[in-house]
Design a protein around this ligand. Structure first.
Ligand code: GLY
Length: 425
């Protein structure tokens, strides 16, 4: 199978690593890719923008792709999957209409209301809402405010704060971008990311993971795209995954079919596990980053064949998934000053960065001298695997010690609350 992966982050590097291990894969290509991917795939850095449907169709035609896997949300919302399907390609990733489940928080709320899925109470504030109405809306929420950019923000447009002024500031900042704001009630309880393969009404869950979204240890500092993640979740009740599938993902998949926009691809349910079970925080229309990195590290089922089953509408016939009996986690190495204004161009050293079973690249490039340099906020994802979560942590943190990038930082407490039994339901 000749496979094209669209995207350039740690998630796509993990996908390439998984796809390359499947004997069904004969040829791997990636666009635009990053500097860490050259050993696994042909990197098409100059084939056009990932969110340009015509450019991605032309590339898929040129390489005669049997399967195209779309990683990030922006090409999905831009209709790249639609254009590829119209051109006759098998595609892993939803069409534009279905990707609205991530592209518009209001759309997701409407789907959940019709599907009877539990989620936070929400109100939308469009740009131009008078100040007095914004103030009144803020009064209806709190004491913790959740303020979301109701456009595509890649998980980065959310502010969760006990400070009303900070909430108001974020409302104004999002409005200045021209996007609506969604105010939401705060959901208590630990967060769960459950990724499900969805092919119409067929829903197959992967193992559950937890992301760490704040920049610094002990969940301090600004929200980020994710600073680390681990899987599976030792504290989640045994029936947890099945409850999420039954109460959230199947009803949403059925509702998408009922609306005439059947879902095909990866449905990411971001949830809070409250006293009475799962409540939806958000949906994404793609694999999450960085949760995908540890999840795929434990998947034994051949990945290319699995994603191709979704793309060809035969997921219901696919055998059950098989997993390593282990734990995995990812620690993100971030550039100095991430997420505000990451410093790029710093030289990265350490031989281990060339081993994709331990280090997946996110924001990396080569400078004119051919050195590996940072090219984004989240630079590298260090993956650790172990029989226990503690061993997986030791594995990842031993690797990260071998990498040098001036000014970079990482969280030292990925999965630590779970290891120390500090997560209670
Ligand atoms: N893990 C957060 C995201 O993928 O949006």
């Amino acid at each position: 199978m000749r496979i094209l992966v669209i995207g350039s982050g740690g998630r796509e590097h993990a996908l390439l690593q998984g796809l390359s291990a499947d004997p069904a894969t004969t040829d791997l290509h990636v666009c635009p890719g990053n500097a860490g991917m050259t050993g696994l795939a042909t990197v098409h850095a100059d084939a056009g923008r990932a969110d340009d449907p015509a450019a991605m169709v032309a590339l898929a035609q040129r390489i005669e792709a049997d399967l195209v896997v779309i990683g990030p949300e922006i090409p999905l919302v831009a209709g790249v999957a639609d254009a590829l399907r119209e051109a006759g390609f098998r595609v892993f990733g939803p069409n534009r209409d279905a990707a609205q489940i991530e592209g518009s928080k209001q759309f997701a709320k409407d789907v959940m209301a019709d599907a009877g899925v539990k989620t936070a109470r929400a109100e939308q504030l469009v740009p131009g809402t008078p100040d007095a109405d914004i103030e009144a809306a803020l009064d209806r929420f709190g004491p913790t405010w959740v303020v979301k950019d109701d456009g595509l923000a890649g998980g980065k447009g959310v502010v969760v704060t006990p400070d009303r002024e900070a909430a108001l500031e974020h409302v104004r900042a999002v409005h200045e971008l021209g996007n609506p704001v969604l105010l939401e009630s705060f959901l208590n309880g630990p967060e769960v990311s459950l990724f499900c393969l969805v092919d119409g009404e067929t829903v197959v869950p992967l193992i559950p993971a937890q992301d760490h979204k704040r920049a610094y240890d002990n969940d301090e500092g600004p929200n980020t795209g994710g600073m680390g993640a681990y899987t599976p979740l030792p504290w989640l009740p045994a029936e947890g995954v099945q409850r999420i599938v039954d109460e959230v993902c199947v009803p949403v998949a059925k509702e998408m079919v009922r609306r005439g926009t059947p879902y095909s691809g990866l449905l990411y349910a971001g949830l809070a596990w409250d006293t009475d079970g799962p409540w939806v925080v958000e949906f994404n229309a793609r694999f999450g980053d960085p949760e995908t990195q540890p999840i795929l590290a434990l998947l034994k089922t051949p990945l290319a064949t699995l994603l191709d089953a979704v793309a060809s509408g035969t997921l219901a016939e696919h055998p059950p998934l098989e997993w390593e009996d282990a734990y995995a986690l990812t620690v993100v190495l971030a550039a100095e000053n991430y997420p505000a204004a990451p410093v790029t161009g710093g030289v990265i050293t350490g031989d281990v960065v060339n081993d994709p079973s331990k280090v997946l690249h996110a924001g990396t490039a080569r400078n004119e001298a051919g050195e590996l340099v940072s090219a984004g906020g989240r630079v590298l994802n260090i993956v650790g695997v172990g029989k226990t979560l503690e061993e997986a942590r030791d594995d990842a943190y031993a690797t990260i010690e071998q990498i040098q990038l001036e000014g970079s930082f990482y969280r030292g407490d990925i999965a630590l609350p779970a290891v120390e039994g500090r997560i209670s339901l």
